[in-house]
Ligand binder design. Structure first.
Ligand code: HEM
Ligand SMILES: *[C@@H]1O[C@H](CO)[C@@H](O)[C@H](O)[C@H]1NC(C)=O
Length: 441
């Protein structure tokens, strides 16, 4: 090696170290709100490179027992805010033991409902292709043992499902299908029109949970899509627009919202399949109640400039969280005392009286065990939006609940058996009234 080349490689190593340090520092900065306009210079500059993920060498066997980061997105006081956090690109598309179930369930939804849940508008082709390439690159870089390629990405084997995806041109299938065979997330592709409004131009959304098919949302502006969302106009819309007007490809964020249901279904939950005014059946056990966390991310693609919104549902039973200080108290407070419009949107009335004795008991138990006292203020936990045991593990090992490990795969499969009937009835009803949430008759 000559002196010159070793100098160059030293310089290159130094650059890499500096870049790594820079991102390491940036990822420490958590943001709860979009930047105030005073704070000039926040966020990435236009030409800052989009961060690439680092390899996580987990095997398909390890994924089978792996849990994702433990979300606990309960806030009190409950103000409707964007509540976004800076996202480490490594967590854009996470892996957990339910991956197999989710990919299988996606197949069922595509097969049964097709364009109701997977569709794109003319003019979104470049954005969808860019998204497909971005997802593929992410999977190959982040999970080298889960996604492999013999020919630089022309063929990619999903080692989890065993399927080989053929990316040679012309593509055999819609890019949305390729995306859905690699990632367990729902994807929304949003573009800014000449009128300045952001519209949904493509979507692969098998798991909306409560809102009805994306066929009603495609081509609509974000304002129209969020019509039913409490405080959208006055609180969310202004922050969202400000955020979108500044968001660069290197600014990745995540957020989480949640609701409660007494099942683990992904396409349509029991709580949103009820008719207006109906209540949970009286024989449902408290242990069947789950918090469905909607873990969401936002990023911008550099070429098409499209905004990509992902959503990934994951369930935590109230039971598995019972010994986490304040969790039962927070849930009880929120389902009764959150603003009326939010209670209605999340259909809390349909089950809260049924759940109250159980929650009361959990709170009493926490006091008896000394986890909280009578006077502990019920407010957002210090480890928000995660459980305290986040710090006890890492990416390689994953985050199984150390005290009450859970695996809802079996229940999920049982629930799916009866899902089609529930779906048919509920969708038929919602088609008549134009909205699933609070559809009557
Ligand atoms: C950029 C693309 C986005 C898309 C495509 C999108 C789409 C949706 C959809 C389909 C729903 C369900 C609406 C329904 O009930 O029918 C929803 C709900 C909601 N969205 Fe968005 N959204 C986006 C961005 C955001 C952002 C940035 C925020 C942050 C403020 C946000 C906040 C909410 C909230 C608060 C709800 C109500 C449910 C909940 O509590 O999460 N959305 N969104
Ligand atoms: C979870 O349950 C499913 C279905 O019963 C089973 O196949 C799987 O091995 C279980 N996984 C773990 C990590 O226990």
């Amino acid at each position: 090696m000559t002196v010159t080349t070793s100098h160059y490689s030293l310089l290159a190593v130094l650059c890499v170290v500096l870049i790594v340090l820079y991102f390491a520092k940036r990822s420490l900065d958590i943001i709860n709100n979009p930047p105030k306009s005073k704070k000039k210079g926040y966020g990435a500059s236009e030409d800052e490179p989009v961060p690439l993920p680092t390899p996580l060498n987990i095997t398909p066997e390890e994924v089978k027992t792996r849990d994702d980061r433990p979300w606990r997105p309960f806030r009190w006081p409950y103000h409707q805010t964007m509540s976004i956090f800076k996202l480490d690109v490594n967590h854009w598309l996470d892996m957990d033991k339910y991956y197999y179930d989710y990919i299988k369930e996606k197949e069922r939804v595509i097969h049964t409902y097709g364009p109701d849940n997977f569709d794109s508008l003319p003019g979104s082709e470049d954005a969808c292709l860019e998204l497909m390439e971005t997802v593929k690159e992410h999977m190959l870089l982040r999970y080298p043992l889960l996604f492999t390629t013999p020919d630089n990405g022309v063929h990619v084997k999903n080692e989890l499902t065993g399927e080989v995806l053929d990316f040679s041109e012309p593509l055999k299938e819609n890019p949305l299908v390729y995306i859905s065979k690699m990632a367990k997330e729902d994807f929304y592709v949003v573009r800014k029109g000449e009128d300045g409004a952001h519209r949904l131009v493509a979507a692969a959304v098998p798991f909306p949970g409560g809102s009805f098919g994306i066929k009603y949302k495609l081509g609509k502006t974000l304002d129209v899509i969020h019509t039913e969302v409490p405080y959208y106009e006055e609180k969310l819309k202004p922050s969202m627009e400000k955020w979108f007007s500044r968001m660069k490809p290197a600014d990745l964020v995540e957020r989480a919202s949640w609701y409660i249901s007494w099942d683990h279904k992904l396409l349509l939950n029991n709580v949103y399949a009820l008719k207006e005014g109906d209540k949970v059946q009286s024989d449902i056990l408290p242990s069947q109640f789950n918090v469905r966390v909607e873990r969401q991310t936002l990023r911008r693609l550099p070429k098409s400039k499209a905004i990509i919104f992902t959503n990934h549902p994951v369930f935590y039973s109230i039971d598995e969280m019972k010994d986490e200080p304040l969790v039962p108290s927070l849930i009880r407070k929120i389902i009764y005392e959150a603003p009326e419009s939010i209670c209605k949107y999340k259909n809390f009335q349909s089950f809260r009286d049924h759940l109250l004795p159980y929650l009361n008991n959990l709170v009493d138990e926490q006091i008896k065990k000394g986890l909280i006292t009578e006077d502990t203020p019920v407010k957002t936990m210090p480890t928000y939006p995660f459980a305290s045991f986040l710090k006890d593990s890492d990416d390689t090992k994953g985050w199984s609940n150390p005290k009450y490990p859970v695996n809802y795969s079996k229940e999920f499969h049982k629930e799916i058996e009866t899902a089609p009937v529930l779906e048919r009835d509920t969708f038929a009803r919602s088609a008549k009234v134009g909205n699933l949430i609070f559809s009557s008759t």
